[in-house]
Design a protein around this ligand. Structure first.
Ligand SMILES: [Zn+2]
Length: 366
């Protein structure tokens, strides 16, 4: 099995997490990646996306085989300014005032280390593509804005899952969002309230009526934002909310969607209010099985470093959803990050090393 340069990998990771990269502001991290792989014969290409870039790094293979895609994202959630990582014998964590940013810089660091190893150790590999997407955390904007047709890969390995190393995400949900605007009728609340229709009352009736929380093993609904009204002495004319429905099953999602829309409309009309509903399919789901080749490659690579592969179903989306929809078989694999999106985020140093070993083992199998 390949030896990983622990000190160099940790150094790369620490340098990466101290570069702030909130969504759409990934430029410095992108430049860091380009600098880090420049001398290793990698071909870097930036693809503008919004105010930022997706970065594609290609390595021409020195043997025949299938092209593999390795993917992660360069942005992080906030607070990500002034990250002061604390390194102990076992792990790396933030100082408790910021996130760490291992989501997804652990994967960025691992990919850089792998690219260096391939050249330095004269390893054999088929053509490789590494995609570093931007603005993932806000809603997969980078990958959605990337021309996936440009890729040659048939199989993609996204490293953007947390928890124990060895986890393979086989399924992720369809994700539908709604903006709902209710218009009632304003009136003086003290003098003639009977002339008004309170949009706030109507929207609260809607919130109570629609399905909520966990609907079944595969399906969830959540109202995340509500606001409305202007003052206590006005019957509110306007109220709005944002909600989402997710399901691993398209059929179930369609069913719950019909229910939500019909209830919103019925309640609005029953109260003499009007409702506008704007829906958006944020991303489509995917479902792989242990028979899919991409899963078999990942599982065999994980097992080869002495870790038991663990198959998981996710309630969240990732770049993997979009890549799968483009016809490239893609799995999402754990890179070992823990407590992500919190100030208690950490990663075990051993997991960074194991992540790099898994990437090398996948490359051997392509
Ligand atoms: Zn992530």
């Amino acid at each position: 099995m390949i030896e990983i340069n622990k000190d160099r990998l940790v150094k790369t990771f620490l340098e990466l997490v101290t570069i702030p990269s909130p969504s759409w502001n990934e430029h410095e991290v992108i430049a860091y990646i380009e600098r880090s792989v420049a001398e290793y014969g990698a071909q870097c290409e930036r693809f503008p996306c919004g105010e930022s870039f997706n970065l594609l790094v290609k390595l021409k293979g020195n043997r025949k085989g299938e092209t593999g895609l390795f993917s992660c994202h360069t942005d992080t959630v906030t607070p990500c300014e002034n990250v002061r990582p604390i390194v102990t014998e076992m792990k790396i964590m933030s100082d408790g005032t910021t996130i760490l940013g291992g989501d997804d810089k652990a994967a960025v660091a691992v990919f850089i280390e792998v690219i260096r190893n391939l050249k330095e150790k004269n390893l054999a590999y088929a053509d490789l593509e590494f995609l570093f997407s931007c603005a993932e955390e806000l809603g997969l904007y980078g990958i959605k804005g990337f021309p996936l047709k440009k890729l040659n890969a048939k199989y993609a390995f996204v490293f953007d899952s947390g928890g124990d190393i060895g986890a393979i995400v086989l399924k992720a949900p369809f994700h539908l969002t709604y903006r709902v605007v209710v218009k009632g009728k304003s009136a003086h609340a003290g003098i003639e309230p009977e002339k008004g229709v309170s949009a706030i009352r109507v929207i609260s009736e809607m919130i109570h009526a629609i399905p909520h929380g966990r609907i079944d093993r595969e399906t969830t609904v959540n109202v995340g934002i509500v606001h409305g009204g202007l003052a206590t002495n006005i019957v509110a004319e306007h109220a709005e909310m944002a909600l989402e429905a997710r399901s691993l099953s398209k059929t179930k999602l369609n069913k719950i969607d019909k229910k939500i829309v019909s209830q919103l409309k019925t309640i609005a009309s029953r109260n003499g209010a009007s409702v506008k509903i704007k829906k958006n399919m944020e991303y489509e789901g995917f479902a792989l099985s242990k028979e899919n080749r991409v899963v078999q490659i990942a599982a065999s690579a994980i097992a080869s470093i002495g870790v038991m592969p663990k198959f998981e179903v996710s309630g969240g989306g990732s770049d993997t959803n979009i890549i799968n929809r483009a016809g490239i078989e893609a799995v999402n694999l754990s890179i070992g990050m823990r407590n992500v999106h919190t100030k208690k985020e950490f990663i075990k140093i051993q997991d960074l090393i194991r992540g790099a070993k898994i990437v090398h083992a996948i490359i051997e199998r392509l």
